[in-house]
Design a protein. Structure first.
Length: 465
């Protein structure tokens, strides 16, 4: 279950305020600073994001023995930290913002340093990973030979996601996916003596051969990403939803964190990549790093508060959620259906199902599945919107979309403790009963609310139109 983040950390400081006049000394804006925000940057930001979402995460890094290092440790509250001493000042990057606009950034302690040593405790922590994120920020940790040998061995056993840096070493061979942005990827190709190219698929192909990874995912900001896998006939374009976002800071860290969650849950890389691109877009649309609570705030403390069962706060990943709930001693409840035109009957049934356990996962028929079951005019609402509407309900913890006509294959992967059907089911025994009981689960029904149905709503809408 544990996600291990390996990489360089830095202290990010934001000074923010308003600029309403120019300095009399030079034609530069004067920013009246009204607030200061500090946060862990680099690999620390990746780990903070995962911890904020409720995932068990370990950060393996080195930190300076100075005031900035002490502040970094405070900002990493809620993260299991296994850190050695860098022997050098902790890097600090300070941004001055006027409103939402950056004015200037100044760096301290960001000079190139020798490759740091790694301790036995750091190596043991990496060995415990179910998935590894290498967040390289060019400070040398990813170049340590002992760590690289371990990561090369682990890459044959668990997914390793490598987020590279132009000043850092190349990824070790065999990692699951390397995630350079288009600028980093272009520099890596040209730095090896290859001719310039504007084709991200061609760039990914060169890097895939050079890095000997299982896949390369070149991110392209608002244009999404290009994914190329070993043995694949061609690169896959991963589109990004359009969002209004000012500061793109942290989008790559959010993408790497999401990739780790989805790969750990057992999704294949193309699915994980598509979900991660959407997660990164949602992160920016919600305000990006500026919307993350301070590590010492009440919101951050609430997210770290232990409870009877771990429920990651922002995940929609059903398999990983189910595993976390079971491992913490809770009960997983699941139900299923098309949920096309959600009505009061649905909401009442879902709320009743949620009361039976510690999380509720909805198995949702895909659009193709609904068409086969209901006819070519259905669904009225697409699967992504249906899933979003369900997730907006407080009683629904996750949604699992399936393409088959029946939910048996999804149930076999999910293995809930309780499978719930509506009380309108007329059969003496639920058709999924044998399957659910094979792993010790139970099938239950919840009350049916007559005179409320999707078909009735659809017919009424058809008459109105």
């Amino acid at each position: 279950m544990r996600i291990v983040v390996v990489g360089d950390v830095m202290l990010d400081v934001d000074l923010f305020g308003e600029a309403t006049r120019l300095s009399p000394d030079a034609p530069v804006p004067v920013v009246d600073v009204s607030g200061v925000r500090r946060r862990a940057g680099g690999a620390g930001l990746v780990a903070r994001m995962l911890a904020q979402d409720g995932w068990p995460v370990t950060l393996v890094t080195v930190i300076g023995d100075d005031d900035a290092g002490s502040q970094l440790r405070r900002q990493l509250a809620g993260v299991r930290l296994v850190a050695g001493s860098s022997g050098y000042p902790s890097p600090v990057k300070t941004r001055v913002r006027a409103g939402s606009h950056p004015v200037v950034r100044f760096d301290q302690g960001c000079e190139k340093t020798p490759v740091p040593e790694v301790s036995p405790a750091m190596l043991r922590a990496v060995e415990q990973a179910g998935v590894v994120i290498v967040a390289d920020y060019g400070r040398g940790l990813a170049a340590n030979p002992h760590l690289r040998d371990l990561l090369a061995r682990l890459a044959r056993q668990v997914p390793v996601i490598w987020d590279p840096h132009p000043s850092g070493p190349e990824p070790v061979p065999g990692v699951a996916v390397v995630t350079p942005n288009i600028s980093e990827a272009t520099k890596a190709v040209q730095g090896a003596g290859n001719p310039p190219s504007a084709d991200p698929a061609a760039i990914a192909g060169i890097l895939l051969e050079r890095w000997r990874s299982q896949a390369v995912m070149v991110t392209r900001g608002e244009e999404g990403a290009v994914l190329l896998q070993q043995g694949g006939a061609s690169a896959t374009s991963v589109p990004a939803p359009r969002v209004e976002a000012g500061d793109p800071c942290g989008a790559g860290d959010r993408l790497a964190a999401s990739l780790a969650v989805h790969l750990l849950a057992g999704r294949d890389l193309p699915d994980a990549a598509a979900l991660a691109v959407h997660d990164a877009a949602d992160f920016l649309a919600a305000g990006g790093v500026s919307a993350l609570p301070d590590a010492g705030s009440a919101d951050a403390a609430e997210s770290r508060k232990p409870g009877p069962a771990l429920r990651p706060r922002t995940t929609t990943e059903p398999l990983l959620l189910a595993r976390a709930i079971r491992e913490s001693g809770g009960k997983v409840v699941a139900t299923g259906g098309c949920f096309d035109l959600i009505h009061a009957g649905h909401i009442r049934s879902l709320a009743a199902a949620r009361e039976l356990g510690d999380c509720l996962i909805v198995c949702l028929n895909s659009d193709d599945s609904v068409r086969r079951l209901k006819g070519p005019e259905r669904p009225i609402i697409g699967q992504h919107d249906r899933a979003e509407l369900l997730l907006a309900m407080e009683c629904v913890d996750a949604v699992m979309v399936f393409d088959e006509d029946t939910p048996e294959a999804a149930l076999d992967r999910l293995r809930p403790d309780i499978w719930v059907k509506g009380g309108d089911y007329k059969g003496a025994r639920l058709p999924e009963a044998d399957l659910v009981e094979s792993w010790g689960g139970r099938c239950l029904t919840v009350p049916f609310h007559p005179a409320r149905s999707t078909t009735g709503l659809a017919d009424a809408l058809a008459k109105v139109s």
